[in-house]
Ligand binder design. Sequence first.
Ligand SMILES: NC(=O)N[C@@H](CC(=O)O)C(=O)O
Ligand SMILES: [Zn+2]
Ligand SMILES: [Zn+2]
Length: 434
Amino acid sequence: MLIRNATLADGDTCDVRISGDRITAVAGEGESLSTSDDDHDEGEPRVIDASGKRLLPGMIDVHVHFRQPGFGHKETWETGTKSAAAGGVTTIVDQPNTEPPTVNEAAFAKKHEYADQAHIDFGINGGVTGDWDPDSLFDQPLFALGEVFLADSTGEMGIDTSLYVDALERASEADVTVTVHAEDETLFNESSKSRTDADAWSAYRRPKAEAKAVEQACTLAAERDSQIHVAHTSTPQGIDAAADHGMTCEVTPHHLFLSRDDYPELDTHGVMNPPLRREGLRRDVYDRVVDGTVDMIATDHAPHTATEKQTGVWDAPSGVPGVETVLPLLLAEAEHGGFDYERVRDLTATNPADTFGLPNRGRVQEGNYADLVLVDPDTITEITPDRLHTKCTWTPFEGRDAIFPEWTMLRGDYVFERDVDDPFGEPRGKNVRS
Ligand SMILES: NC(=O)N[C@@H](CC(=O)O)C(=O)O
Ligand SMILES: [Zn+2]
Ligand SMILES: [Zn+2]
């Protein structure tokens, strides 16, 4: 297959040849590729004219919750991976707070069976609880350890410092990265508990609880020569602490684009961990995404039903969906001039591939897997829940500008094509560690 005249993230116009599951040639300005026999399918030329369109590496989202086993009423591997494919994501990493939690060989195997339904490639993280079985867990084709919960979140898998230190040591021996949910619950503001408005969640799980926990998690890791990746940093202090210790961090689309100013509209649908911050802090986080202090964007796609969310602030489960809207939001922001397309590519594909050791992914380059997304930058549309494919019937980004993919390709095959009868085809996702 030949993709002609595509504009890459760096602005170069290129021809890209795909044979089998790989990119086999990328030819820049002035050296266009000619069609070969491989670019014909039963006599039909398989040449795509991508003039005026952007071609990007598929997003690698290292933080999603696809809920099975245990909570298939919120999301399934099928709906979650279809939603991801429709948003230009070609690899996801699932987190361990399912039922059973992914803390031993049997639980890992059970999750792997559900992952047979995956339409895109995936990694499965191993979790840490008092009952975890590191010996059997590290024998599995694990993506990483985490998210290791230093405070309770959905699933109540919060652990104490001594277990965290054990996990760091075991992971270090196995040469596995530890992804950390860093909040210090001893610093939560108990006085906010008398309030019943949704903003009380942000007042309760306040910024210093994250700042302190990130600092401590990084210090403990650095002392043991372990590498950690800090999940969903939502404060400039958290981001800077991770960077200062030589650790990596991710920012979610909700902490990048939403703030406490959005509670009047979102109400308890805007409750997540860590919580939304004040507008000034959001801007500080945004600046660190632009200047490269933040390593990657990951969604923490954490679907809950609308009914579950429409309870009081102290009862509503934490988390918002995001896997289908993240790249479209970032692309619209690039088109509006917030940052450039190269930054989007690095944050969504190149840096996650390099940080977590995924060779042959994250770049549009010869020899890499043909994990690709094509978008028309002139087609900016508004996000509405009815156009999304997640089981979650709501989105915190309703009404925002987005550039959705025309198609998404995984290892040379389409996993999403807009405006065709069967946009997804058969599930063909594989474990990236197998
Ligand atoms: N972020 C959230 O608020 N919720 C996540 C868990 C987590 O990432 O902490 C979930 O699984 O629902
Ligand atoms: Zn978390
Ligand atoms: Zn999470």
